[in-house]
Each structure stands twice: as C-alpha cells, then as structure tokens.
Design a protein around this ligand. Structure first.
Ligand code: C5P
Length: 238
C-alpha cells in the first residue's frame, strides 16, 4: 500500500501548520522542504510531529561527506521519518550519510528512511547539465548505485519506477510530479503521472503539493487522491 506525502511548500509555519491540521486523520504524511525549513527551522518539524504526522524532511543534502554525515545525524535527532539527499553526491557522501544515521540510532534516535534523489522531475530531456542520454536510463543507473551504497529508496519520476524496480526490487520509490488528471495543469513539472498510474507502476510514496495545497478543500483533495491510490491496481498484482 503506497503512502501519500503532501508537500508543505509554504513561506512560513502558520500556513503549513494550518494545512497540517486539515490533513490530520487522512493518513497522509507531510513533507517539509527547503522553503519552509529555511524560514522556520527545526521548530516546524517538531510542530508536525506533535500533530502526529509522519514527516519527510526534503532538504536534498548534497555536500562533502563530512558535512552530509553531520546533517543526517542532526536530521535524525528531529525525529523525521524520511530524509532526502542527492545520489549525485557520490559513493563517499552516501555512505557517510548512512553512517550518520547509524550513529544517531546508536545514540537513541529512530532511524529515518534515507532516499536518494535521482533526477529532478522538473527536468525535461536535455535539461540535466552534462547528460546526453535518456533521463530515465540515467535515473535508473543512479538508483542502482544508491541501492548498492545503502539507501532505502530513491526519489524518481513515476515513469522510471518500473525500470528501477526491475533492477533493484527491494528499493522503495518515491515519486513527485503527481497530477490527479492527465492533461490538466502540470505547473513546472515535466515528467508527471496520475496517482493511479504511479501506484500501478509500483511507486511506494506519492508526493503531491499544489494539487492539494491550492485546492479549495485540501482535505477532500487528499482523500480523493488516497481513494484513487487505493483503487489503482498495481501492475502484475491479481
Ligand atoms: O506542487 P508539486 O506537486 O509540484 O510539488 C512537488 C514537491 O516535490 C515539491 O516540494 C518539490 O520540491 C518536490 N520534489 C520534486 N521533484 C523531485 C524531488 C522533490 O518535485 N525530484
């Protein structure tokens, strides 16, 4: 059963907490990203945890191994359930991140899932600097490396999930770029999918921002996406 993660891309905590309250009881996770965390810091993560919502901390760490090691340890101390980092940071950086999480667990923290970003879903063909090949092929190659280096999952487009799961069936996939109805507004996303398509492809976490946060009734929009996810058939399942 896939999880829905609602991206709280807000400029301050009051709007984010209001949205989080509306989502209580739906079963959705919340995602604290760069915009919100840069303004409000760890307090906003604690506020989400106090509301009982599982938190994905989406800061996409990408730095030298020593710095990422410390970032991951600090993130673990906030009690987040999932955090992100760029696989393009390389093997030493990823292994340092895993070691940071292990150290935090030894110090009494809960271990969050570590997810590596492959290629941003806002990138279209030819837009990833230095990459001439098909973005899906590149994303699958990065995912394989992330799995070998100890990651629990990857952030990828829904279009890449099947190829990634064929090579690394144990790797969990988290897919942003979800848009409830095909042909509708995609905003700045390029490689989009409907919730039904993403679940059918085998995605484990669906990240949805604006289609929920800009809806007239966000809780209803979240419930409707959760319903679509529930009724979607995972390809290959009976
Ligand atoms: O509003 P929308 O549904 O496009 O929001 C998608 C969220 O997922 C944003 O918070 C964005 O930062 C995040 N994200 C993404 N693509 C990635 C990783 C994260 O769109 N590869």
């Amino acid at each position: 059963m896939a999880n829905l993660v609602v991206a709280l891309d807000y400029p301050d905590a009051s709007a984010a907490v209001q949205m989080a309250r509306a989502l209580q009881g739906t079963g959705a996770w919340v995602k604290v990203g760069l915009e919100l965390f840069t303004k409000e810091g760890p307090a906003v993560v604690c506020a989400m945890r106090e509301l009982g919502l599982p938190v994905m901390l989406d800061l996409k760490f990408y730095d030298i191994p020593n710095t990422v090691h410390g970032c991951v340890r600090s993130a673990c101390s906030l009690g987040v359930n999932l955090l992100t980092l760029h696989i393009q940071g390389g093997e030493r950086m990823i292994r340092a991140a895993v070691a940071g999480a292990d150290e935090a667990v030894a110090a009494g923290c809960c271990r969050p899932l570590l997810f590596g970003v492959t290629v941003l879903t806002s990138m279209g063909p030819g837009e990833q600097p230095g990459i001439e090949e098909d973005l899906s092929v590149f994303a699958a190659q990065l995912a394989g490396k992330g799995a070998a280096w100890g990651l629990d999952g990857v952030v990828c487009s829904g279009h890449e999930v099947q190829a990634i799961k064929r090579v690394c069936p144990q790797l969990r996939c988290l897919t942003p770029g979800i848009r409830p109805a095909e042909g509708k507004q995609t905003d700045d996303q390029r490689r989009t999918m409907t919730p039904e398509q993403a679940v059918a492809a085998g995605s484990d976490f669906l990240v949805v921002g604006r289609p929920i946060t800009k809806a007239v009734n966000p809780a209803e929009a979240a419930r409707s996406i959760l319903h679509a996810m529930d009724t979607a058939l995972v390809e290959g399942a009976v």
